[in-house]
Design a protein around this ligand. Structure first.
Ligand code: ZN
Length: 158
């Protein structure tokens, strides 16, 4: 009985039809990457060089588009009110997003009902289709206002 067999050689894996994970890049994955990059640019352009959580505007800072609900939560990954400019190392990295200050900032900026909407949305599963991702990318390429409108419309019908 062979319980612990040796790992399969590359040739054997290929023969079985499974390829190393790295090779598998789905078209959907590429669209997500593109949307991530364009969306981060939009957020940083919208907010400028002011950190959502500490309010500082240090020179030469490495700015991040910092998520309140982490970016792995797909229902909020590209939500304009879940992501803001954040100083890269102090707040986004060392303070892990500084979430207490982040919550306060969201309430001050948009009101408590917006924080509640985000919290409720965070609990939902959202699967993005290719046409949806393409639509968001196209909207971002046109500009921020177009993106906000397209996003809000898709949220209403989701
Ligand atoms: Zn900061």
């Amino acid at each position: 009985l062979l319980l612990r067999s040796k790992p399969l050689s590359r040739k054997a894996r290929l023969a079985r039809g499974s390829r190393p994970r790295r090779v598998r890049r789905s078209p959907l994955g590429r669209l997500r990457n593109k949307l991530d990059a364009l969306f981060a640019l939009y957020v940083k352009d919208r907010d400028g060089a002011v950190c959502i959580t500490c309010g500082s505007r240090p020179e030469g800072q490495n700015w991040h588009a910092g998520h309140f609900f982490r970016r792995g939560i797909m229902s909020l990954r590209w939500d304009p009110k879940n992501v803001h400019s954040q100083c890269g190392i102090p707040c986004n990295k060392f303070r892990r997003g500084a979430l207490a200050e982040y919550a306060t900032a969201i309430v001050e900026r948009y009101g408590p009902e917006e924080l509640a909407r985000l919290a409720s949305r965070a609990k939902t599963i959202r699967k993005w289709t290719r046409p949806e991702l393409e639509r968001l990318i196209a909207a971002l390429e046109q500009g921020g206002a177009e993106y906000e409108m397209a996003y809000a419309e898709m949220e209403r019908s989701a």
